[in-house]
Design a protein around this ligand. Structure first.
Ligand code: KIV
Length: 281
């Protein structure tokens, strides 16, 4: 291997590798190769995360909180999600893009789910939609799959049901483990290609992963799922004073760096040292 190829990342936006497909992720389950998903909500961040080799980008409805500043996930609309997803797709490079269908856009009927998902895919170019629920959303998954729309299910703690679940609580503990296992089998049998397991005891997630053929993507679900997902703000400590969940680790301090950059810029403008000669025409 030459020195220059050793410095080239194996995957990512800059290398001419082909688009990540659902079949590639399925193959990774068979070989036991783990893969990574991060949320993204805009073009530039999607580019940066894809350049890091992350296989999958999720346009999560966590955008409600981290992009729009709403107090609840349920407040974001389908239109708002579609604009963000379209921008992510434009910057995603080789990464597979999944988009959340927001609260209120798929629960009423199979027809509503297919119309919302088609609108999302047509206008954004996302490759898959994510919907929350297990046994209770089986008819929706079947309807979407029948319409040719790949589905990622989301079970365990489901943020769109935060009120019904009485807050942010670990799901699937004790006797509830059987319910979680029933949920994962139900979404797999209905035709979902992937399932997010959120805030689930590690041993329950490990058992669920071993029992189904579809890829499991953990968030607060221990190390034994097929893949991991995190909100990018949580891996980058952005903003610096944001709340960080117990299951997230910070690999960068983007919030603190950005605040320091803004302070330096403001100071140099006030002092008259910016712009300098080299910034002038
Ligand atoms: O909306 C979101 O970001 C999500 C992830 C936390 C899995 O659903």
């Amino acid at each position: 291997m030459s020195a220059s190829s050793a410095a080239t990342p194996a995957t990512g936006y800059l290398t001419p590798t082909r688009q990540v497909r659902i079949a590639d992720l399925r193959a990774k389950k068979a070989t036991g190769d783990k893969w990574a998903m991060l949320t993204a909500y805009d073009y530039s961040t999607a580019r940066a995360l894809s350049q890091g080799g992350v296989e999958c980008l999720l346009v999560g409805d966590s955008a409600a909180n981290v992009v729009f500043g709403y107090s609840q996930t349920q407040q974001i609309s389908l239109d708002e999600m579609i604009y963000l997803a379209a921008a992510v797709v434009r910057g995603a490079g080789n990464a597979l893009v999944i988009a959340d269908l927001p609260f209120g856009t798929y629960e009423a009927s199979d027809e509503q789910a297919v119309l919302s998902a088609s609108e999302m895919m047509r206008r954004s170019g996302a490759a898959m939609v994510k919907i929350e629920g297990g046994v209770r959303i089986v008819p929706r998954i079947r309807a979407l799959v029948a319409a040719g729309i790949p589905v990622c299910a989301h079970i365990g703690f489901t943020p769109q049901s935060v009120n019904a679940l009485s807050g942010f609580k670990v799901q699937g503990r004790g006797d509830a483990a059987d319910r979680l296992l029933a949920d994962i089998h139900a979404v797999a049998d209905a035709g979902a290609d992937m399932v997010v397991l959120e805030m689930v005891p590690a041993e329950v997630a490990a058992r669920a992963t071993a029992e189904v053929e579809i890829s499991t993507v953990g968030i607060g679900a221990g190390p034994d799922t097929d893949a991991q997902v995190l909100v990018w703000h949580d891996i980058a400590a952005f903003p610096a004073d944001g709340h960080r969940p117990k299951f997230a680790k910070q690999w960068a301090q983007v919030g603190a760096d950005l605040t320091a950059a803004a302070a330096s810029y403001r100071r140099e403008v006030a002092e008259g040292t910016f712009p300098a000669q080299e910034h002038c025409f």
